[in-house]
Every structure is written in structure tokens, then in C-alpha cells.
Design a protein around this ligand. Sequence first.
Ligand code: NAD
Ligand code: ZN
Length: 265
Amino acid sequence: MSYRFLLPGHSAESKKIMEKLLKKAAQDLAAAQNVVALTGAGISVESGIPPFRGKGGIWERFDPMEYAHIDAFLKDPAKVWNVLLKEMKAMLDKATPNDAHKGLAKLEELGLLKTIITQNVDGLHQKAGNTDVIEFHGNFAWHRCLECNKTCPVEMIDLTQIPPRCDCGGIYRPEVIFFGEMIPPEHLWRSRQISSDCDVMLVIGTSAVVQPAASMPVVAKESGAKVIEINAEPTPLTGPISDYLIMGKAGEIINGIMAELERLL
Ligand code: NAD
Ligand code: ZN
């Protein structure tokens, strides 16, 4: 195994490896023509939003099929609102972009990053300033009435009754993609397109097990792009697909890359 996948720790050697990887990532970004980022729940952990999988993940406490499947929601919306959605709303209401989101916004400002494909529903990339964000799994910021299809911003959703209801009496659902629902075809099509066109893909904080999002790095790799992974732990992409993994917290690593990049530009 080469240094590309050695796990950084606190030894002098692992520090050196981390420095090398941060430099390498900065060089790869500076040399690229077309950088795309694929992000997952891990990028928002430092903003106080827990991921689904991995340490401290929401699925350690809840069964996804019982709460995040569309059939579960339609069968018992009050249960899903009470257990999952109320908590999500409270977390997302107070979350702000962290250094990883801000770093990606800076990369766009520098003209290096074009598009972010995100699996997150928290809207933090847009809040940080990125302008081209494909929200693969929708956005929690908007809710839609199951009866009349009226949409409503999340801050207007009244949680004094659960499930929250529209004026027409219909139940509100978040405009996110539940398990068992289709990714909007235009998002899927455009994500595949930009994944095959990019020359560097940054893959940040995704467990890379939810399809079809997890196949975007494969598309990028097969089209000749470099795939740089940033994650707290190895994933199924680490090794077969990623050129290298920089292991640690997304915010700290992006800060490290940005510092190296400043020296180069
Ligand atoms: P996931 O929960 O399956 O995996 C999270 C990944 O992030 C893990 O690989 C973990 O090792 C890594 N991670 C944890 N903390 C990290 C940190 N500080 N820095 C870097 N990496 C870190 O997430 P996923 O792959 O995005 O798939 C889960 C689905 O959950 C997505 O479809 C998304 O819609 C939804 N989700 C969204 C949010 C959000 O909007 N913030 C939060 C939870 C889940
Ligand atoms: Zn309605």
C-alpha cells in the first residue's frame, strides 16, 4: 500500500504524509481545468448536523427504512415528523457553513471549482456562496402539501400540530428525496455529464453507498479524472476509485489545502 492511503495519526511520519497529501491536492487543483465536488453528510458534521452513517450517525439510533422511506412517511407521517423531521428542522434552522463549505465557495471564487453535486439537503453550500449546486436529494428549505401541491418555506411551517398541515388540510412533506423515490432525471443527467467532463473530482464526506450518487466518482474516474477523497474514514471508493484519501475532518483538511493553494497561486 502506498502512502496515498496511509491513515494519518499523530506520529512525525503521519504528519509528513498529511503535509504531502495537502500539497498534492493543492497542486492537482491548481493544475486542473474543470473541478467538480461531490459532497455528503460528512461535510456538514462540523456545522453540527450529524451524518446518517459512521460514528455518531443518525442510523445508529433509527432504522432508515422505518423513517426515511417514502412508504414509511405516507403510512405514518406523524411518526416520521415526530422522530426525524422535527429534529432535522431544529438542526438545520441553526446550522451555518463551516470551513469546508467556505473553502469550496472560495474555490469557486478563484475560478477553480465549477459545480457541486451534493447529497445534502441543508442548503449550506449556497449559504457559503456557491452558485452552481445540484441538490441530488432535494432541499429541506421547502415543503410541499401532499393534497394541493402548494410549496411553503420551512420557516413558515407550523409545528404546533404534527404532522404540519397546509391551509387546505393536506399534510406537508419536505422537498427531499426519501428512500424509494426517484432522483429528478434532470439532476441525474446533468450530474453524470459534469462528472464525465471534469478533470478533478473532490469527494468530501460521503460514505459512497447511496446510489446513484456514489457512482459519480466512478464516472469521473472512468473518464480520466483524478478523484481526491476527503473523509473521516476509508469508503468503498478508497483504493479502487480514489487516487488518494486525505483522512480527517473536512473543515481542517480543506483549510490545509487552501493554505497550500494560496502559496501556489
Ligand atoms: P453518510 O451519512 O452515509 O456518510 C457520512 C460520511 O461522512 C461517512 O463516510 C463519514 O466517515 C464521513 N464523515 C463524518 N464526519 C466527517 C467529517 N467531519 N469530515 C469528513 N468526513 C466525515 O452520508 P452520505 O454519503 O451523504 O449519504 C447519506 C444521505 O443522507 C444523503 O443522501 C443525504 O441526503 C442524507 N443526509 C443529509 C444531511 C445533510 O443535509 N447535512 C445529513 C444527514 C444525512
Ligand atoms: Zn394544501
